[in-house]
Ligand binder design. Structure first.
Ligand code: DX5
Ligand code: ZN
Length: 214
């Protein structure tokens, strides 16, 4: 199981949190970007992200919880460690345009769906994406309870991938911890995002190891 670590809810200062993730065994640093519009909280500008990840080694899995994801693409694509740029299906009138824009930069592209959004909405996009991010909490904050009602979507996404030979990885985001990881695993995800369970602990790697080995 691949693990991306989200650092927005941590017991440590931001810089120290990122350093601890970067030096450890996580597969990705999951970068949650919030604009105060698509979700009520606002956090980083592109300039902050550039500065934060100048010295890091891990690949970045960027999760754009913003209303105009197209405005972020060009600058994000210039950051070498960015591997995935994921936009929300609900954030743009023509997600396919933003997907194509991201693909043109050479970066991998992801599509995220809110807990209430059905897979049927993104079926036309599935052949174009490298990642589907299934939200298992309402986007906007760390530390929320895992919604197991979204797990059927992972199963559907797996079936669709098999039937059509699609290439995306399935990632799940929100409320992943020692109790919920087995549910995620059983549903068939390739990757999980975990935030507060890791960053509010004294030993990040011990917890990441537990998720990875599940
Ligand atoms: C929610 C974010 C998540 C979140 C994960 O809006 O996209 O990445 O921070 O944190 P936990 O694991 O605490 O739910
Ligand atoms: Zn996220």
């Amino acid at each position: 199981m691949k693990v991306g670590v989200s650092f927005i809810s941590s017991d440590y200062p931001l810089e120290e949190t990122i350093q601890k993730i970067d030096e450890g065994i996580a597969d990705y640093i999951h970068v949650d970007v919030m604009d105060g519009n698509f979700v009520s909280t606002k956090n980083f500008e592109i300039a902050d992200i550039k500065k934060m990840f100048k010295q890091t080694n891990k690949p970045l899995d960027v999760h754009l919880m913003v209303c105009s994801p197209n405005k972020y693409v060009r600058d994000l694509a210039k950051i070498p460690s960015v591997e995935y740029i994921t936009i929300h299906y609900e954030s743009h009138r023509r997600p396919i345009d933003v997907i194509n824009m991201i693909k043109h930069t050479g970066k991998k592209v992801g599509i995220a769906i809110n807990p209430e959004t059905k897979v049927s909405h993104i079926v036309p996009l599935l052949s174009h994406v490298d990642q589907v991010l299934v939200m298992s909490v309402k986007p906007g904050a760390g530390g929320q309870k895992f919604m197991d009602s979204v797990l059927y979507k992972v199963e559907t996404l797996k079936e669709l991938r098999e039937e059509n030979n699609y290439k995306y990885v399935i990632n799940i985001d929100g409320g992943i911890n020692a109790d919920t990881i087995s549910l995620a695993k059983e549903s068939g995800v390739d990757m999980v995002v975990s935030g507060s369970y890791i960053c509010k602990s004294s030993d990040f790697d011990e917890r990441i190891k537990l998720l990875k080995e599940c």
